[in-house]
Design a protein around this ligand. Structure first.
Ligand code: B12
Length: 217
C-alpha cells in the first residue's frame, strides 16, 4: 500500500478536487486495493481535516461543500467494489437507513448503507432530511427489522430520540430495533435515548446490525 497514494487521496478532498478524487479511486481499484481501506485511510482523514478547519473558522462553507462533493465522487467509484465483495451472501435482515429531519449530511449514512448491503442486509436508503413519521412509515411498509438513523448536527440528534419515542408510542419499539450514528453521537446519548445499537463507523455498524439480528459477528 502506497502511503503516497493515501496522502494524495486526502489532499484531493482537502482541495475539493472531485475529478482527482475519482481518478485516484479508479487507480486504487486497478491496483487491487481494498476499497474500505482506502476510504478509511485515504479520503476520510482528508474530510476530517476540512471539518476541523471549518470548526476552527479556518475554512468556509464553499470548501466544506467542495470537500463533500469530492468525497462523494470517490465513494461512487468505490461503491461497486464494496458491494461486489459481499454480493454472494444471503439476506441477513431488512434495514431502513435515513438521515434525520433537518440534516442533509449523507456521506456517512450512505457508507453505512453500502457496507450493510455488502454484508448481506437488504437496505432501503431513504436519503437525507427525513421526518420521523416518514421513516417509521417506510419501516412498516417494507417490514424492516432495523432502522438506522444518521445525524451529523447537535441540533438534529434530537430526531433520533423522536423516532424512538414515536415507535414506543405506537407499540413498535420491540418489533423494530433502532441503531444510531453520526459524528456528534456519543455513548451517553445512546444510553439516554435508549437506542438498541450504536457504532462510530461503518464497519462497526455491520457488527451492530448483525448483533441486533442475533447473528454471530
Ligand atoms: C461534508 C460536510 C458537510 C457537507 C455535507 C455533504 C453531503 N452531501 O453529505 C455540507 C457542505 C452540505 C455540510 C453542511 C453543513 N454542515 Co457539515 N460537515 C461536513 C463534514 C466536514 C464531514 C461529514 C462527513 O461526510 N464525514 C465523513 C463520513 C464518512 O463520516 P460520518 O458522516 O461521521 O459517518 C461515519 C460515522 O459517523 C458513522 N455513521 C454515520 N451515520 C451513521 C448511522 C448509523 C446508524 C451508524 C451505526 C453509524 C453511522 O459511520 C460513518 C462511516 O464511518 C463534517 C465534519 C466531520 N468531520 O464530521 C461537518 C459538520 C458535521 N458540519 C457542520 C455544520 C455546522 C454544517 C452546517 C450547519 C454549516 C452551515 N453553516 O450551513 C451545514 C448543515 C446543513 C444541514 N442542514 O444538514 C458541523 C456540525 C457541528 C455540530 N456539532 O452540530 C461539522 C461537525 C463541522 C464542524 N467542525 O463544525 N456539511
Amino acid at each position: 500500500m502506497s502511503q503516497e497514494l493515501l496522502e494524495k487521496m486526502a489532499q484531493s478532498i482537502i482541495d475539493g478536487d472531485a475529478d482527482l478524487a475519482a481518478e485516484l479511486a479508479r487507480q486504487a481499484i486497478a491496483e487491487g486495493l481494498d476499497p474500505l481501506f482506502v476510504i478509511t485511510n485515504g479520503y476520510v482523514p482528508g474530510i476530517n481535516k476540512v471539518g476541523e478547519a471549518f470548526g476552527a473558522g479556518e475554512a468556509f462553507l464553499p470548501e466544506l461543500v467542495m470537500a463533500g462533493e469530492a468525497m462523494k465522487a470517490a465513494v461512487v467509484v468505490l461503491e461497486p467494489e464494496l458491494l461486489r465483495k459481499g454480493s454472494e451472501r444471503k439476506t441477513l435482515g431488512k434495514v431502513v437507513m435515513a438521515t434525520v429531519e433537518g440534516d442533509i449530511h449523507e456521506i456517512g449514512k450512505s457508507l453505512v448503507s453500502t457496507m450493510l448491503s455488502a454484508a448481506g442486509f437488504t437496505v432501503y436508503d431513504m436519503g437525507v432530511d427525513n421526518p420521523s413519521d416518514k421513516i417509521i412509515e417506510k419501516a412498516l411498509e417494507v417490514d424492516a427489522d432495523i432502522i438506522g438513523l444518521s445525524a451529523l448536527l447537535t441540533t438534529t440528534m434530537i430526531r433520533q430520540k423522536e423516532v424512538i419515542d414515536k415507535l414506543d408510542a405506537r407499540g413498535l419499539r420491540k418489533k423494530i430495533k433502532v441503531m444510531v450514528g453520526g459524528a456528534p453521537v456519543t455513548r451517553e446519548w445512546v444510553q439516554k435515548i435508549e437506542a438498541d445499537g450504536y457504532s462510530e463507523d461503518a464497519i462497526g455498524a455491520v457488527a451492530v446490525a448483525k448483533k441486533l439480528m442475533g447473528i454471530e459477528a
